[in-house]
Design a protein around this ligand. Structure first.
Ligand code: ZN
Ligand code: ZN
Length: 165
């Protein structure tokens, strides 16, 4: 989605709203494709005292896999991004300054980059997810650990000895 800001470029106080959806279902994130729903982008470009400010919010629900229990879950994701749009390249390098191309800004590119940079590598189904038991492998959120029931045979023999005493 490209937005032409020509209308507000030299009009302090003017603003332009935008709204679009992005399909990022082919986004490979560590061998997984978590963006199963469209990413909805809403935002506005404002001319504040001659300077163009662009603000946007990208929102979707990811299909994530919990880093602790390996279960899939719905993971709401909201990313906010803001930058300043300029007509000509500035002397200083600044990632928050975006140069317009023939009065146009590629909003889809900005939103996509902001969204990818904000992706969390350690998604958790819940802050207090119990994870999987390293012993028996059960999902401790769903069932109790089975390890304790299997008594070590050596301990069983010892218990028998003590009993016989
Ligand atoms: Zn979990
Ligand atoms: Zn266990």
């Amino acid at each position: 989605m490209r937005l032409n800001v020509n209308r507000i470029l030299h009009t302090p106080g003017a603003s332009q709203d935008f709204h679009f959806e992005m399909d990022l279902s082919d986004l490979d994130f560590g061998g997984m494709y978590p963006v199963v729903h469209p990413v909805v982008v809403d935002g506005r470009v404002m001319n504040r005292a001659g300077v163009l400010h662009c603000e946007l919010q990208a929102e979707t629900t990811l299909r994530s896999v919990c880093a602790r229990c390996a279960k899939e879950f719905d993971d709401p994701q909201t990313v906010e991004y803001a930058c300043v749009l300029v007509e000509e390249k500035q002397d200083e390098e600044n990632e928050d300054i975006v140069v317009l191309d023939k009065d146009e800004v590629d909003l889809a590119d900005l939103a996509r980059t902001a969204f990818i940079l904000d992706m969390d590598t350690t998604a958790l189904c819940s802050e207090d997810c119990q994870g999987l038991c390293p012993g028996c492998g059960v999902n401790l959120n769903e069932e109790p650990c089975r390890c304790k029931k299997q008594v070590d045979p050596r301990l069983a023999a010892l218990a028998k000895l003590l009993q016989d005493d």
